[in-house]
Design a protein around this ligand. Structure first.
Ligand SMILES: C[S@@+](CC[C@H](N)C(=O)[O-])C[C@H]1O[C@@H](n2cnc3c(N)ncnc32)[C@H](O)[C@@H]1O
Length: 217
């Protein structure tokens, strides 16, 4: 499974940013047709708005991917201590190119299901477009919870099943087969239940087949 995910993201690293940010005509058509026009740029703005501009704590970004959405925000958080982790070496290399002038940002190759950090080491964990790719979502939820401090924030967005037949078809028949997404995928109800059991506060929104939320441990 790890190899399939690695090679899926290795082969897509040059088109990835354009597809997600709707950088050309084809990606705009793809998003319009398969994702009912849900704008990942807009969701990323909402997710990142949960982090104050003067944030100065320990932050984990998992998976960092190419940092296409986070580059500007992370570069501006000069007093934060930021760790960016991803399975894929190729994606991390792209992120490093974007953020290599920031001395307060470190990069690590690793598995969200087996984080190499001690308990309660982060004030904030951000996970954008990660859970639909993670092979063991239960481990990812519990590892993120483990490394978060009490009172810390877990902020995320990703695909959920059951909102659009067309999107579910695409995910099942193409994205999962290619290794960009990895089943099983949660429905809104399943995800709400997981988060409400683990976190004190859950601020939860749906946009098409995407969910974004802010939880406090
Ligand atoms: C769709 S990309 C999202 C990247 C970025 N956060 C964004 O929004 O553009 C999904 C990423 O998850 C990474 N990934 C998949 N499984 C992982 C795991 N178990 N641990 C860490 N990263 C993983 C992939 O390598 C890929 O870079």
């Amino acid at each position: 499974m790890a190899d399939k995910i690695q090679s899926a993201y290795e082969s897509s690293k040059n088109i990835y940013d354009d597809v997600l940010t709707q950088g050309n005509f084809f990606s705009r058509m793809y998003i319009k047709f398969f994702w009912s026009g849900t704008d990942d740029n807009e969701i990323a703005r909402k997710v990142l708005a949960y982090i104050p501009d003067d944030f100065s704590g320990e932050l984990l970004d998992v998976p960092v991917g190419t940092a296409v959405f986070t580059e500007k925000k992370w570069s501006a958080l000069k007093n934060a201590d930021i760790t960016c982790l991803d399975y894929s070496k190729d994606m991390i290399e792209q992120a490093e190119k974007r953020l290599n002038s920031c001395k307060n940002i470190r990069f690590m190759q690793g598995d969200v299901g087996k984080l190499p950090m001690t308990d309660q080491s982060f004030d904030t964990v951000v996970s954008m477009n990660g859970f639909h790719a993670f092979p063991d979502k239960q481990k990812a939820f519990s590892e993120i919870w483990r490394v978060l401090k009490n009172g810390g924030d877990f902020i995320a967005c990703f695909y959920i099943r059951g909102k659009s037949k067309r999107t579910d078809w695409l995910v099942r028949n193409i994205l999962a087969k290619k290794g960009w997404f990895t089943p099983p995928f949660q429905t809104e109800e399943e995800l709400r239940e997981i988060l409400q059991k683990m976190y004190h506060e859950v601020d939860f929104y749906i946009d098409g087949s995407m969910v974004y939320f802010h939880c406090v441990k």
